[in-house]
Design a protein around this ligand. Sequence first.
Ligand SMILES: C[S@@+](CC[C@H](N)C(=O)[O-])C[C@H]1O[C@@H](n2cnc3c(N)ncnc32)[C@H](O)[C@@H]1O
Length: 381
Amino acid sequence: MDKDVRLSQDTSHPARSQAQETTSVSSQSPPLPQGGGEGGGGGHVSEIDPGLLPINWPKHVKYLVDYEYHPSISASVLDLVQGRRRKLSERTKNHATGGGLESKKDPSDEKKEWEEEEDRSELEVEYDDIPLGHAIAGYLPSVPLSSRLGALPPVSAMDLSSSLLAAVNLADPQPTIAFSPAVSAPRASLSSPSSIPDPSLLSSTTSLDQSTSLTTQQQRPPPYEIRLITGPPTHPVLGSYGLFATKNLRPGCHLLDYISLVVPDEHADPDSDHTLYLSNDLNLDASAHGNHGRFVNDFRGIRTQSQGPNVGWDLYRDEETGQVRMGCKVLKFIRKGEEIVCTYGKAYWKSRGVPVEGEEWEDGWDTDLEDGKDVPSDIND
Ligand SMILES: C[S@@+](CC[C@H](N)C(=O)[O-])C[C@H]1O[C@@H](n2cnc3c(N)ncnc32)[C@H](O)[C@@H]1O
């Protein structure tokens, strides 16, 4: 499990305990602007006609689903991986022909050295040679735009990982995968802070899943939803948002991927509140472009130190596509209604002057992942 998740912005962290009272996110928001996209400009959403946005589509829902289902997202990740492969093969060629400075070292030795020196996983190293600039990391079903706007395609036609299916399978033996229609924003809003959901639009009592069903009646919601946290008063992020289980979840399930921009350190926004460490000098920043993953709070003040987080972030490779993604894995039995929380890491809190007890990663935190662990009696899948 990746223990070195770091997020970056100042925050207060009253160390308090236990909180689950919440209010679901609103669908009450002004209609989205129709039209007005740049179109064809090479941006991440330029090929999608903003005029196709459903009327009354809540602004925050647009924001959330937009990047999850944008066709360029997985391509970008693939580009990263391919970029690295290309560079490695160039090195190999140089080595073979005896040309260039790089040829003094065998590329596979070099790769090994990086891993040993920095104790980094092979998957982290995979990102080393991506071209600088922004790319998007994430995962999305690769279905044609037309089918996303019309009838739902059969599950088999969607590029969904089996682990996600497993998560959905928990509560439903014959699941229809949650599927949101493709929507888009004018390109300008993708690169401006205005694409961040306006908290004032996220304040009433309708859940995100209900609002997405405005246009996709057949869809099953994913096993989690974003909720506004209104209590109990001890909750450390009252008035802000969190991710909550809408079904009982078992340890070992892959819940979702962290979808965001991949940002090199030198381009990282120091004020971003939604940055996750990816590898070496790369960060996943979901402050402007992200999915549900950006709403996962730190467990401190919500669960005890010995309970720890109930999910963890870790890189994994999708065997089908070869993509490397940041996945969220369930560590504990999570009951329907429970908040889904991870650890941001001690460094995160230290940098904010918040004392944090215990180890970076406590021994008991992932023991529910062990084979043969009894299912708690109140979990009836
Ligand atoms: C990735 S966001 C989490 C989602 C956030 N609550 C929201 O509504 O956007 C990270 C920010 O949430 C807040 N946060 C998350 N967990 C917290 C905790 N246990 N105690 C205090 N603040 C927390 C901090 O402000 C942190 O910088």
